[in-house]
Unconditional design. Structure first.
Length: 312
């Protein structure tokens, strides 16, 4: 792992809170990225989830496509290879993926924008292990948000009632082997995430690169026991760019490594759909004047961005 993007032990949030919050906040102000270790999610739980995800992606295309929801913007179920395209990119990303969302009651006020999950009957244990990992990452994300809130002078529990019905997504991704040397596409084009924060668990191969403030691409391959957590555009907007949403990409590996598949599982932590994203007064200063005069709901912002990346 690059020594330049910090990795921090989140157990220090309980044992050495003030110092941990200061170090985490500094890492995010500089990079928009940090590694989180000692996160408490057992490796066996992560491995079991990866196993069911790999088994799904190994199914025949015609079976997988039965779980594609036309017109659903990829919100639930399967999105095939060759659809998602990074904003302003000429070429689609080299990936297929699945979306697991929050399980909510049928009579929830959010049901119209948070559809029910789909579960592939061909893969035993998919729901158990997939939604189990969803819940674990949701809890971990809440701890990270608590620390980030403290760093900018908000109450520790500021985000709790703003994310408890969040339209968060667990996205198992399969990047198939690359069989030609001259393709113009990359596995994931340079982009920023839409949501509050993203937690990336167990990337199985190198390839993630983060663009520094100096414009340099810095590789960031996490150790086995580390979850990579980065800021998304919603939190950047809410904090008036105090926490930057940093551009990142997944490059194609060289030579024979490109002939291997790559799997990764990001968790995109979103606010509740009706949460109003308005610049926090505590982040407005003479040096950093308010950058967004108008507020926007989380759902409105999400739909705007999904159109830009060809998912809507």
């Amino acid at each position: 792992m690059s020594a330049r993007i910090p990795t921090l032990d989140i157990t220090r949030f309980d044992t050495d809170r003030e110092a941990f919050v200061a170090e985490l906040g500094a890492a995010y102000r500089e990079w928009g990225f940090a590694g989180i270790r000692n996160h408490g999610i057992p490796q066996a739980q992560i491995d079991a989830a990866y196993d069911v995800f790999k088994r799904f992606f190994a199914l025949p295309d015609d079976v997988k496509k039965q779980y594609h929801v036309p017109g659903g913007g990829g919100a639930r179920g399967y999105t095939p290879f060759g659809v998602e395209t990074a904003k302003d990119s000429k070429h689609f990303d080299l990936k297929e993926f699945w979306h697991i969302g929050r399980e909510i009651p049928e009579d929830s006020k959010y049901r119209d924008v948070m559809p029910p999950n789909l579960w592939p009957v061909e893969v035993p244990g998919f729901k158990e292990h997939g939604y189990g990992l969803y819940g674990a990452l949701d809890q971990l994300g809440s701890r990270v948000l608590s620390a980030l809130a403290l760093h900018i002078g908000l109450p520790e529990n500021y985000f709790v009632d703003k994310t408890n019905s969040g339209n968060s997504i667990l996205r198992p991704i399969h990047y198939p082997p690359i069989t030609a040397d001259d393709i113009p596409n990359v596995r994931a084009g340079a982009h920023e995430d839409i949501n509050l924060i993203t937690l990336l668990v167990g990337a199985s191969a190198a390839g993630l690169e983060v663009r520094s403030k100096q414009g340099e691409w810095v590789p960031f391959t996490s150790d086995a026991d580390t979850i990579v957590v980065n800021i998304g555009d919603m939190l950047q907007r809410l904090t008036n760019h105090v926490y930057p949403s940093t551009t990142h990409r997944v490059t194609n590996p060289p030579g024979e490594q490109a002939r291997q598949p790559r799997y990764s599982v990001p968790f995109f932590l979103h606010p509740n759909p009706d949460f109003l994203i308005d610049v926090l007064p505590s982040t407005i200063t003479t040096e950093n004047p308010k950058r967004y005069p108008e507020a926007i709901t989380a759902q409105g912002y999400l739909e705007e961005r999904l159109r830009e990346i060809k998912l809507k």
